[in-house]
Design a protein around this ligand. Structure first.
Ligand code: HEC
Length: 145
């Protein structure tokens, strides 16, 4: 009986590993898909023009256009991730490194929001970042790095 249970458990573990990233922890997903550019601690790279998350990323979550930016930024948009895993990763980044700037009423990302934002094409992501920066600056907030 115990052997059968072990077999069944083994089979379900193998099955779980079969799908792309199915059921992986968000820390693992971050390391696999994001840390190569952003660093394990989210520090970015000045040389690579990769913004640090601390002090910046939370500011984007407070407006609809900022949230669209977070979903459409190429590293996020081009990762082969489900809407749900993308939402989990964005929430992980925001809560791990953006909490000081995160507006108190900012909601968490959901798979539904990610799916909807993915339908919106953004022509020039750098221009959108600059526009968001100009708007934030009016409220004394900076996304410069
Ligand atoms: C190939 C390198 C690369 C990878 C991989 C990558 N990013 Fe990025 N990311 C960038 C760069 C560069 C920027 C700056 C915006 C731009 O120029 O596109 C950026 C910007 C961002 C921003 C907005 C920060 C800001 O201040 O503008 C977020 C949030 C983000 N990335 C999250 C992620 C997440 C989550 C992943 C993993 C799914 C990821 N990125 C994977 C390179 C990468």
């Amino acid at each position: 009986m115990r052997a059968i249970a072990a077999l069944l458990l083994g089979a379900s573990l193998v099955g779980g590993a079969g799908g792309a990233d199915a059921g992986e922890s968000v820390e693992y997903l971050y390391r696999l898909h994001c840390s190569g550019c952003h660093g394990v601690e989210g520090a970015g790279s000045l040389v690579g023009r990769i913004p640090p998350f601390v002090g910046i990323v939370g500011h984007f979550a407070g407006t609809e256009e900022g949230r669209l930016y977070l979903v459409r930024v190429p590293g996020v948009a081009n990762a082969a991730l489900s809407d749900d895993d993308t939402a989990r990763l964005l929430n992980y980044v925001l809560h791990t490194w953006g909490s000081a700037e995160l507006p108190a009423d900012a909601r968490d990302f959901t798979a539904a929001e990610v799916g909807k934002s993915r339908e919106t094409h953004v022509d020039d992501i750098s221009r959108l970042r600059a526009k968001l920066g100009a708007e934030l600056a009016k409220h004394g907030k900076s996304i410069a790095y």
